[in-house]
Design a protein around this ligand. Sequence first.
Ligand code: C2E
Ligand code: MG
Ligand code: MG
Ligand code: MG
Length: 285
Amino acid sequence: SLKASRRGAAALYSAEHELRLRSGHAVEAALQTADLAAEMEVHLQPIVQAAADAPTVISVEALARWTSPTLGRVRPDVFIPVAERTGMIHRLTTTLFGKSLAALETLPDTIRLSFNLSAHDLTNPKTVLGLLSAIRRSSVAPSRIIFELTETAVMRDFAIAEASIRLLRAPGVSFALDDFGTGHSSLNYLHRLPIDAIKIDRSFVTGVADEAGRTLLAAILALSRSMKLACVAEGVEDASQLAALRDLGFDTFQGYHFAMPMPPAQFLASLPASADKDRRTTGAA
Ligand code: C2E
Ligand code: MG
Ligand code: MG
Ligand code: MG
């Protein structure tokens, strides 16, 4: 009917409008005028050790969340590349790391925090020194901080990236290679970088349903063990994936099956009372 086709055209128009709004230009304009401290938040997603049936949260990954007054919610895989391209990533990383440290300060000492570094952060001395001084000023033990980096971060300039990693490791921070397996030279970097862990990309975790996928996962796990690297399976979405991964010997997981990324206060409230720092120190029931 005419009505339906009008509705269809309207939907199409608004989808197109939406696309245009969210296109590089609009995002760039909104980001450039953004009040980063007010508009950016970090959400926390638990990473759990679940060899047995009771999963324990060992760390959280800090994930950037931007609510723009003009565009609404914009996803990090949209605005991070724009921030990199427009030279805003230093300010963004600094803001997000500050918020992540503030969140970490409220968490029990047994929980660590993983922070994503952009490809541009490791090659910017200003950023590296800024991260170091934020760690120094913070009350959290540096051993509770893990930086996640991708192969692209390292590929930009291996020598500088490696030097930055060594600088940041000096106070006791750890490093994890994120989205492992999706780059073109994972294996090359694995033995050349001073890192502590790998995070296997969700695309491999999805493959756990097939025999070939399981063979690949088993091989990656064996490799990580022989290199004494911790190994996190990312993007675990259901119980059958979890069971299959456990059968292969995986014990550390992250994904919607366990928890979604959530505001720090909500994460804190989800912890058992014994692990809640505030309740413990105030002695309230
Ligand atoms: P990432 O570091 O690999 O983070 C994991 C992404 O997978 C997150 O998406 C998370 O919400 C999502 N995820 C977690 N569990 C599941 C699952 O079970 N299924 C599915 N389908 N997805 C799952 P998010 O938050 O949209 O972030 C996307 C990417 O943006 C991140 O990938 C990271 O590369 C980048 N990013 C996020 N926050 C920051 C940040 O503060 N700084 C920088 N430089 N990059 C960030
Ligand atoms: Mg990550
Ligand atoms: Mg990842
Ligand atoms: Mg990613």
